[in-house]
Write a new protein. Structure first.
Length: 162
């Protein structure tokens, strides 16, 4: 009924062109930002802020409905101008107009931390939502201890700069 396809040594994709080695430098600070909940696979967003609310960089925008300890934070200081919703009131994006003053919310002490304190710091800062659990690429549960931790420091996508 179904055919099994076995792949050995992968596939070399011949693409025309190459990536430029120099990153593009932006001289102007953008005035509008958007945080898109779909970028955080496996999270069901529950908004913690409303349209018109002021936020500072690092302040929580939304939390996961299933695990409220996991939050996603604002990348900039500004005002939430729009919370875009789609079908069945699904949150599509949080749109933020950036202010001129970009002060940070809080700093975290990193010296002599225990495992629990490191996890609490990652959760409070919103960095926990950036982690991915394999094999499904979802945000991991902070209550589950991983067997292994892999840190990837380079982009392997086609035409990625060296």
């Amino acid at each position: 009924m179904s055919e099994t396809i076995k792949i050995k040594k992968g596939l070399n994709i011949n693409m025309v062109g190459e990536a430029s080695g120099e990153p593009k430098i932006l001289n102007d600070f953008p005035s509008k930002f958007a945080v898109i909940p779909d970028d955080y696979t496996g999270l069901a967003p529950k908004p913690l802020k409303k349209e018109g609310d002021s936020v500072v960089a690092g302040e929580a925008l939304f939390a996961d409905k299933r695990n409220p300890a996991i939050v996603v934070t604002s990348p900039v200081c500004g005002t939430i101008t729009k919370i875009a919703r789609g079908e069945r009131r699904k949150i599509l994006s949080f749109e933020i107009d950036a202010d001129g003053d970009q002060s940070k919310r809080q700093s975290f002490q990193t010296a002599n931390l225990s495992d629990e304190n490191i996890i609490a710091t990652l959760l409070a800062s919103g960095l926990w939502a950036m982690l991915r659990q394999r094999p499904y690429g979802i945000v991991p549960d902070p209550n589950v201890r991983p067997r292994d931790i892999f840190i990837s420091t380079f982009d392997t996508s086609p035409l990625a700069p060296d």
